[in-house]
Design a protein around this ligand. Structure first.
Ligand code: DQA
Length: 143
């Protein structure tokens, strides 16, 4: 099973800064991921939270579940949450960090990801395709 974690404000996709994040909703993205996963006989667990503590709890719980890879868009936590970074550092399965926008092309405060040093790889800047590329790669990594 692959765990997909959507961080803060991603529940507002579709109406949130569409020029930056596109017009697809989180449900559209999840639908797309579910289709890709089922076509590959992979189970997906998808969660969204606006709370740092909740995201950390979800990461911890993955240790007791049959999670083979984690795809995470930590939203703004990307840039400052040492607590989420530490939680991810405890995980042994592949971790794919995803961003819809290219964080290196935006405001300077978004150029730093405190998460990046503890993940397997990062995909940033391809909109919804960032997620599908991450899922394709996660499937490749666990096969
Ligand atoms: C984001 C980029 C972050 O800087 C921002 O805070 C987000 C979304 C992205 O997907 O492009 O909430 O992670």
């Amino acid at each position: 099973m692959i765990l997909v974690i959507h961080g803060p404000n991603l529940n507002l996709l579709g109406m949130r800064e569409p020029d930056v994040y596109g017009v697809k909703t989180l449900d559209d993205i999840n639908q797309c991921l579910r289709e890709l996963a089922s076509g590959n006989n992979i189970e997906l667990k998808i969660v969204q939270s606006n709370s740092e503590g909740k995201i950390i709890d979800i990461i911890h719980q993955s240790l007791e579940q049959n999670i083979e890879a984690i795809i995470i868009n930590p939203g703004a936590f990307t840039h400052y949450s040492i607590a989420i970074r530490d939680a991810l550092a405890a995980i042994e399965v592949p971790i794919l960090e995803v961003h819809l926008s290219n964080i290196y092309k935006r405001e300077e405060f978004r150029h730093k990801s405190v998460i990046a040093p503890v993940v397997t790889g990062q995909i940033s800047g391809f909109g919804v395709d960032s997620y599908t590329l991450a899922l394709e790669q996660a499937i490749r990594l666990i096969e």
